[in-house]
Structures are given as C-alpha cells and as structure tokens.
Design a protein around this ligand. Structure first.
Ligand SMILES: [Zn+2]
Length: 1030
C-alpha cells in the first residue's frame, strides 16, 4: 500500500513504535505488521490506568470564539466515546481539530500539505531541518535534545507522499506544554541554518576533512537514509507503484528523495519551500486527550497565528488523477536479495486499480470492506485463485486497499514467483473478477469481515490518539470530512442496508471498479545482478560532475564548511534554553488495577478487572521447555500454520469463518522467557491469544478448545503452500529492521540461550528454515508438527490470564474453567534450561545492500540484579551523549544507540550506517570516552538519561495487555515499583562504579555482528577474526 511510504525523523531503534497504518481506513485501529520479525528483548514496561469512559460536559459551542478560534462544529461520537470539536482561526484560517476524550495519553500534532514537484526530497529534508533549532530555541537539534528531557510516549515527524506531520504524545501535562512550545516554534519559526542543511540534507566533503587533496564524498543524513530505505525491495516496489499509478501531479515524484536527485537541492529551494508550505493557512493542528484546550488555543493564537496573515491555500491542493483510457504495464529492476528466494523466483507482480476519491467516505469505506472480502483469508476469492495454486511466496507487501492519497486504489500482488508465471497471474486475476461478478460472495464470509471490523472498533490500543491522527491525516489533508469518517457504525449500517436492498450490490462495485476500469496498472519487478553496481556508477558519475563543476572559491568553501560543521558537531550544546521536567514531575509511578490470582482446574490463572469496552481478552501460556531441540526449531513454523489448517471437525475454510465471525482470531506465538532473577536460566513458552466481544466469549473458548484438542496437518498440499509462504515472508523486511537483526545476531554470540533465540527469530532462522525445507519432505514436516502439538497443549504446564470488565469477569472465569476441563493432562518434563556463555566471536552476514547495521553485545546482569537499573540509565546516557553525536552526526549513520535487555545482555547498535569497522571501533572506545569526558557526566545528564528510561517504564499499555509482565516474567507490580524507584535514585557515584565494573576491561563474553556489504578488509581493520556468512 502507498501508506507504507512514510519517512520518519527518528530511528528510535528498539523503541520505535510498530508501524501504524490504516488497513481499514475508516476504523481507528493499531495494526502491527504480522510478518515475522525478530522479537525485541521485551522491555519490562508497565501499565497505567486505562481511560475510564464517561460522558463529559462540553463548554465549547458552535459559533462562539475562543482565543481567536471560532468553533465550527461539535459532535459526540459514540463509537469511540469522544467529542470532536472543529475550530478555525479567524485570522489565518488554520483548522484546529480537537478530540476531547478521557484518555491521559494526550496527542498534539501540526500537519502541513506538502506537494513537491521533484524528487530532491524537499519536504523530507525540510522535516529534518525544522527540528534543528528555531527562533526561541536556537539550540542544535532540539528534537533529539528533547527526547531526553521529556517523558513523551511518542515523538516524531513524518513525511508522507503529500503531507508532513509533527506529532508527539505524553501523559504528563507539564511535558505536553513543553513539547508544544518546541514543536510550534520549530515548524513556524525554524532557523533552517545552512550548516544544518549540509548535515541533514547533503554535502560534498573531503574524505579527510583536513586534507584539501583528499577525494570528495557525498554525505548527509537524509541522503543516507534514502539509500537505506531503497535497499528494501518492497520499498522500491511501493514507491514505483505510487509514481506510476498517479503520475500526473505530486505523486509522480519521490517525496522522501531519490538519492541520485537529492544533490540537486539547494538551501534556497528549501527556505522557499518552507515559506510557501508551512504557512499557517496551509497548516492543520490536531489535539487529543484530556488536557485543557484553552491553554493550547491561547498559546497557538498568541505566539504564532495572531501575527500571521491569511493566504489562499489552494496552491497545495491536489487534483484528481485523470483516468486512463488504456491499462498500462511497467517493469522495474530490483536488487538481488541474497537472503531472499532463488534468483529465478525473486520476481514480483501486482495489479493496481484506481478506485474513488478519498473524500467520498462511504464509497471508500465500502471499497475497503470489499477489498478485505476479496483478499483476506482462505474464504476470499483472490486467496483461492492466486495463493492456493501455490506458484508464489504469497501476497506481496503492497497488497490491500490504499487510502493514503487523493485517489484511493486497490492492489493485489504476489512475491517470489517466476517470470513465466506473470501471464498466469494476469489470467487468474481476470478470471477471478468475472467469476466473482457472476457468482457473488458467500454471505457468511462477508459477515465475518464485517464482524471483525465491528470488533476492532471496541478494541482499545494504548496509542489510540496517535492511531486516530494517522488514520485521519490523509483524508484531512484533502479536506475530507474526518468527523463523519469516525462514525464507523453508521457506515457499516449503511453498507448492510445496501447489501439488503440489492443482493448484487458488491457485484455492481466489482463490475464498475474492477471489470470496467481502464485505470489499471500492472507492475512487475525482477532482480538485476548489476543493480547495485549501476547505482554505484550513477552515484560516482554524479559526484564526478559535481566535482568537475567546482571552481576555486567553491572548493575552498567546501573545505571550510567541512571544518565548520565538524566544529559545530563537537561544540558543547547549549541546552539551558530548552525546558525540562523535574524529578517531582515524575516521582509518582503510574497506577494500575490490581491483579488477582486463583487456580482454575488446577491451572494457575491471573485475572484483571479493567474497563475493556465489552471485550474479554484471553492468554494461555504453555511451557514448552521440554521439547527436544529439533522440535523447538520448528515451533515458529508451528505457530504460523496451526491456525490455518482447520481441525479434524472443520476444514480450514469453515474454521476460518467460524473464528472470524466470533473472535478477532486465535494467534500463536513463541515466547522466550528469561528468568529475571537467575541470569543462568530461561524457559520457552508458547502463547495462545484471542479476544472477543463478551457475548461471544463462550464461542471463543469453544473454538480455542476445538483447535487445541483437534488441530491437524493432514492436508499436505495446503501445508506445503503455507510453509513456502512462511519462508517468503520471513525474508521480507530485514533491511528495514536490520539493527534488530544485528543485535539479535550479536547477542547470539554471547550465550547459547541468545543463540537459540536468533535461531528462532533472527537471520539464522531464515537460513535454518530454508535448509530444513530443502532437506525434509512435507510429510516429514507434517509428522513433526503433529508431534509438537501433541506435546505442547498440556494442562500441566499451562497458565492462563483473563482481562475483562468487572461486570463480566465471573462469567468469563466460568467459561474458562469449562474450557480448561477439556484440555489434556500430560506428564511434564523439563521446566527450565540452563544458559551457557560463549567465547568471544565476530560474524559478518554479507548482504547486497549499500549500508551496514552493526552491533556489539556483551553479558552484564539481569533485571533483578541491583546494577541493572544503573546500566539501563547508562545505556540511555551513552545513546544520547556519545553514540548519537559520534555515529549519527559525525559519521553519518541514520541511528545508533545502546540498550540492556532484561536477560542481562548489553548491546550497542547502528542503523543504516555508511561505516562498519569505524562504528565497531566507536563501540569499543566507550570506556575511553566515559573517562575522557567525565565532565559530561553531571546531574543534568544523569537526570535526562533517567527520563529516557522512564519513557519505557511508564509507557501506556492497552487494557487487554495489563499484567503481561507478571504473566510472562513474574515481575510483580511491587517489583516494578522497586525497580523504578531504584532507577530514579541512581547516583553519579553508582554510575561511575558500573562504568569501572563493566566497561574498563574488554568483557569476557562478547560478540560483534555486521549485516552489510562484503568487506575483505574486515579482519585487517578490526584485528579480529570474523566468520563470514554469505
Ligand atoms: Zn528522515
């Protein structure tokens, strides 16, 4: 989907929020990408009281003026228990959308409609530069500085295809006001300094800054960011899809910047772009939550809008794409993905059809539902015709309904198929469309899609305000009715009504938008072995032309600027101007509902009463440490396919219908559970989760029982297809989450437990699975999976957790007890495993990408050790004060940081890094830096690092997930409070003590890892032995 093309300001590494994008554009739901990703060693985050829904009084009335803003529309939206208030600034015409909701996680954002007409990355580089210092806060990079002076639950900036937004969220009102000031000043009065342009955008620089004779290179944060972004083939595909599908206006260009075009951008272009597109009349301001709106309006009006004039913002409007009279075909090349499928199968194809105008919300909503009906799950027609014949690696990343641009689109595509099968794909597509028009859709399948939509409305995510903003941004940007778009129940009712009135309703849409639609693009992509080489040549040619064009004065300027930039990067930043929280703002730990425990049918049960909006959440955790090591290796696959095979009673289609019409699905996941008190032991768990409306809870338990007791893998054709799709899916996205994979792989060199973790979810898992499938028949795999299932669903090694409302809890418990009674009781074998530390080693995974992801890991101490909170504070401090300035700002990586996980492994990482050995060297020099820069270790720095840790500890958690830390790790609420208090009390002396203890000597057990291009100088440059995995 186009929606994936968003460039974000901060790679926040392991804390980065799961990418949120709209799957069903009209609903506000948080969607976590379902493809396999290495699971981050989970931060033991804790909970806050979820919002309590009450009807609130409203003092804003339509027609009245408040602080320069006229209130235009006030509406209560029952679906989400919120009140929407739309205001307009009398002077500038700026629209201000306030959502009043009893939620402590408040959100604020300033959005602009930005429509570039070239691919130099104008809006993207401006987004970076705006946050590099402003009139009131002339501090270098206040954005990164504020990351350490706040307890924000989210802070970022993003550039989309036609908008730029600056959102943040926080639960602390002082923090909210602080960040509001910084953000407003940043966007309306940025300094846009030339040196910052050179740093963030692009620049020519001598490879040796002090040597005028040394060769020139091109550097820049966005320049490298985009090189990294397009090293992921799915990004290349998505970008080309957008550019070719909507070629006539701004969407024909790359808003993030094409690396070969970025160096055409000048600083003047950028300043002009700002004054045109960041004018208040072209801005939209969003505010969500429970904090006082008056204060916000007053600040915005008094400090900014009242001083600006009003302009007509129609220049930034985007016209509809003129419809084509003929379908088009486009073919593009991609990088050969060394981790991907075999060369001849590494092709992609999709068909994209232009749908309706985004502002036609009911139509767009219905087309969105229709596309779910067409592609989702084994009962959908495209799944049956395109996926089941098993000639590909499944749907590609672009598949789905896209509602992120002026014109919406439907896309269906396949990954990992042969070129010979392109024709087949086209024929199958046409055939499926005509068949659907002729035969219509199964009512029960349609119903299950609608049920899921209704259920998702009730489900509360911890970042509801952010999700609402992200899901409304595109529509709002095109002046659509965002308030009406929130009335999802009404839209569903209208659709149901339409379906009742006309039994061929959906077929009519199919005929109009699919069969008779000439605006149809077939996009194909094939790997080109010389892709990388061609890019390098083009880059070298561009550099050559730039260099040849330099005269003496310009050369001198480049030399001087290089030195100036270096000096400014190394200068001590003046952060006194920036606001900061104080200890008293954060002393109180968040409050949460108490957990209760009882035994149900001899199974330990954890119960939590929270306002869940009529939903009951179920989690079952099975200890599977007793499985043989061969079996353990197949558990990730088991989790991925067991719920897609049907049961002995229901075939997979029928079972899927039953599950989706009563629950949100039944999911299986492998959990690696470190013992927080004993560094030397760990358990493996298999977690089964589901949730359902209270009224469907009996069915939810019945379906879980059916699956756990009667799972089956008999249909080997289907199993074969699911296994192959699984392998295709796990190899997608490595380059975009490369730092997570690098950290996992580095940790794998430290202990056997982490090695296992990497084999179960890291790069090693992909390699293992590919090999396994080559060497074993589907029948063998079937027997293995069957044997695993027969061992793991055991009442004796199980725990359950139920989160439900107070009123429904006893009923839920009764149904749970009935469910548990039916589960098998088997003997339990081993309940935990011992961990062993490994000898130091280094590993290089050679990937065909132009950037590196580096990591170094060593073993420190686990969560409950008294040094753990201090090391966690130190990790934050190193990230902010050492790694970001050196690895990001000076050396040009997009991100870098350090963290310690609950299992006690301390990791350094870099993200989209032009260097490898230089970065690893920086990791090794940590102690030297700490020793040389002791003056930087002051009270302020220490407190900032503590705030950084607090952002993780106090981050909000969804009602359905409250208590998960206790459930998984047995970290009780008391233990958490103790840890939090201990962390806040860490002193400079204690910090010094852990520095001496853990960093002075090279650690006994460490590992280094690089994911990146081949490098034959690795051993020479690092003076270490490296194992290369190509
Ligand atoms: Zn960026």
């Amino acid at each position: 989907m186009f929606a994936r093309l968003k460039w974000m300001r901060a790679a926040r590494g392991p804390r980065q929020l799961a990418r949120q994008y709209s799957k069903v554009s009209s609903t506000v739901e948080e969607l976590v990408s379902t493809r396999a990703k290495p699971k981050e060693a989970e931060a033991l985050s804790h909970v806050t009281m979820p919002h309590i829904i009450t009807q609130r009084d409203h003092k804003y009335s339509e027609g009245k003026v408040y602080n320069g803003f006229q209130c235009e529309r006030v509406e209560h939206i029952a679906d989400f228990e919120l009140t929407s208030c739309t205001l307009r600034h009398l002077g500038t015409g700026t629209e201000f959308w306030h959502i009043d909701r009893n939620d402590t996680n408040n959100v604020f954002s300033i959005n602009f409609r930005t429509t570039p007409f070239n691919s130099t990355g104008l809006p993207h580089i401006l987004e970076h530069l705006a946050l590099c210092g402003s009139k009131k806060y002339p501090v270098r990079d206040p954005f990164f500085k504020m990351l350490n002076r706040s307890v924000a639950t989210f802070m970022n900036a993003m550039t989309g295809p036609d908008y730029t937004l600056y959102p943040f969220s926080t639960m602390n009102e002082t923090d909210f006001r602080n960040l509001q000031r910084i953000y407003l000043d940043a966007v309306f009065r940025p300094n846009l300094a030339y040196l910052d342009f050179l740093q963030e955008g692009w620049r020519l620089e001598h490879s040796d800054l002090r040597n005028r004779e040394s060769e020139y290179i091109i550097k820049g944060v966005v320049y490298n960011e985009m090189k990294g972004a397009f090293s992921e083939n799915s990004q290349v595909f998505g970008q080309n899809l957008l550019n070719n599908m909507l070629p006539n206006h701004t969407y024909g260009h790359v808003s993030g910047g094409n690396p070969l075009e970025i160096p055409k951008l000048t600083h003047t272009d950028l300043v002009e772009f700002h004054s045109k597109y960041y004018h208040p009349s072209n801005a939209r301001i969003f505010c969500y939550g429970s904090f006082d709106l008056d204060k916000t309006l007053q600040l915005v009006d008094k400090e900014y809008l009242s001083q600006a004039d009003r302009i007509d913002n129609s220049y930034s409007r985007i016209p509809s794409q003129p419809r084509w009279s003929q379908p088009r075909n486009v073919h593009i090349s991609s990088r050969l993905d060394t981790m991907g499928a075999a060369f001849e199968r590494q092709n992609q194809i999709c068909i994209a059809l232009l749908m309706c105008d985004i502002t036609d919300i009911q139509e767009s909503f219905e087309l969105n539902v229709l596309s779910e009906i067409l592609i989702r799950g084994p009962n959908s027609v495209f799944y049956k015709s395109l996926i089941e014949p098993n000639f590909s690696g499944g749907y590609n990343q672009s598949t789905g309904y896209s509602g992120d641009c002026k014109d919406t689109a439907f896309v269906v595509g396949l990954q990992d198929l042969k070129v010979e099968d392109f024709t087949k794909f086209n024929e199958l597509f046409d055939h499926t469309v005509s068949k659907a028009i002729k035969e219509g859709f199964e009512p029960q399948h349609v119903e299950s899609v609608l049920h899921n939509l209704e259920l998702s409305l009730k489900h509360q995510s911890p970042h509801f305000g952010n999700a609402l903003l992200f899901n409304s941004t595109a529509l709002w940007n095109h002046e659509g009715d965002v308030v009406a778009n929130l009335k999802v129940s009404e839209m569903i009712a209208r659709l149901r009504d339409n379906l009742k009135q006309d039994e061929n309703y959906l077929q009519g849409k199919m005929a109009k938008y699919f069969a008779n639609n000439k605006h149809k693009l077939t996009l194909t992509m094939s790997p080109d072995e010389s892709y990388e080489e061609k890019f390098k040549l083009a880059e070298a040619e561009m550099l050559k032309q730039k260099v040849n064009a330099l005269d003496k004065t310009e050369s001198e300027k480049i030399y001087q600027n290089g030195l100036k930039l270096e000096a400014s990067q190394k200068a001590v930043p003046n952060t006194d101007l920036l606001p900061c929280l104080s200890l008293s703002d954060v002393t109180e730990p968040p409050k949460w509902p108490l957990l209760s425990r009882q035994s149900l049918q001899n199974v330990p049960a954890q119960l939590c009463q929270v306002p869940t909006n009529e939903i009951t959440y179920l989690k079952c955790l099975f200890n599977i440490t007793g499985l043989s090591s061969d079996e353990v290796m197949l558990v990730p696959l088991f989790c991925n396919v067991v719920n897609d095979m049907g049961t002995t009673k229901h075939d997979f289609r029928e079972f899927d219908k039953l599950v989706l019409s009563k629950t949100a699905g039944i999911d299986f996941k492998l959990n690696f559970v470190e013992d927080v008190s004993d560094a030397k032991s760990y358990r493996l768990g298999l977690m089964v989760t589901s949730h359902a409306l209270d009224k469907n809870v009996p069915d939810m338990f019945e379906l879980c029982q059916e699956l756990l007791c009667n799972f089956q893998f008999e249909d080997t054709d289907r199993l074969k297809m699911l296994v192959e799709n699984y392998i295709s899916n796990i190899s997608v996205g490595i380059a975009s989450s490369g730092h997570l994979y690098a950290m996992l792989s580095a940790s794998a060199l430290v202990s056997d437990a982490s090695k296992l973790k990497s084999l179960l979810s890291g790069v090693d898992h992909i390699r293992f699975m590919k090999q396994y499938v080559e060497q074993n028949s589907t029948n063998d795999i079937r027997d293995k999976l069957q044997a695993i299932g027969a061992k793991v669903f055991n009442k004796n090694s199980m725990r359950v957790a139920i989160n439900s409302s107070e009123a429904y809890q006893s009923t839920a418990v009764k149904h749970c007890s009935d469910f548990l009674e039916t589960l098998p009781t088997l003997e339990t074998t081993k309940t935990s495993s011992k961990l062993h530390l490994l000898e130091p080693s280094c590993q290089h995974y050679v990937m065909n990408i132009p950037v590196n992801y580096c990591a170094k890991a060593f073993f420190a101490v686990p969560y409950l050790h008294e040094d753990h909170p201090t090391l966690r504070v130190l990790a934050k401090l190193l990230s902010a004060k050492y790694l970001l300035p050196v690895v990001r700002e000076q050396n040009g990586a997009y991100g870098a940081g350090a963290k310690i996980s609950s299992d006690g492994i301390f990791t350094f990482y870099s993200y989209r890094d032009p260097h490898s050995t230089k970065t690893l060297d920086a990791f090794d020099k940590t102690y030297q830096w700490l020793r040389d820069e002791t003056n930087k270790l002051d009270h302020e720095t220490l407190f900032e690092a503590k705030l950084g840790v607090l952002q993780q500890l106090d981050s909000p958690i969804a009602p359905g997930n409250i208590g998960i830390d206790y459930f998984l790790y047995e970290v009780s609420q008391e233990m958490f409070v103790k840890y939090r208090t201990r962390m806040l009390a860490v002193t400079l002396d204690e910090l010094q003590a852990v520095i001496e203890k853990y960093f002075k000597e090279q650690p006994k057990h460490f590992g280094k890892c690089i994911l990146g291009p081949a490098n034959d100088k690795l051993e020479e440059e690092t003076k270490q032995k490296w194992k290369t995995i190509a």
